[in-house]
Write a protein that binds this ligand. Structure first.
Ligand SMILES: [Zn+2]
Length: 74
């Protein structure tokens, strides 16, 4: 399988999925993805995306909360 963006080689990895949802950053750890070695693009299978949405929409209690530093460029 090749990267859809640059055609680079992809490898299976566990990554963190980060999403801005209802005014909060939500992080899901240990998500299986294929990561491009060339451009770093993360590709998720449809089943993984479905599970991610279930976790986020179900509003279950997170295992932990982290503080996120926020910057502005302008
Ligand atoms: Zn790529």
């Amino acid at each position: 399988m090749k990267c859809e963006l640059c055609g680079g080689e992809v490898e299976k990895k566990m990554v963190s999925y980060i999403l801005f949802y209802e005014g909060h950053w939500v992080i899901v750890d240990k998500v299986p993805a294929k990561v491009c070695k060339q451009c770093g693009e993360k590709l998720f299978s449809p089943e993984v995306v479905e599970n991610l949405q279930k976790i986020i929409w179900s509003k279950q209690k997170p295992i932990k909360k982290v503080e996120t530093p926020v910057f502005e460029l302008v």
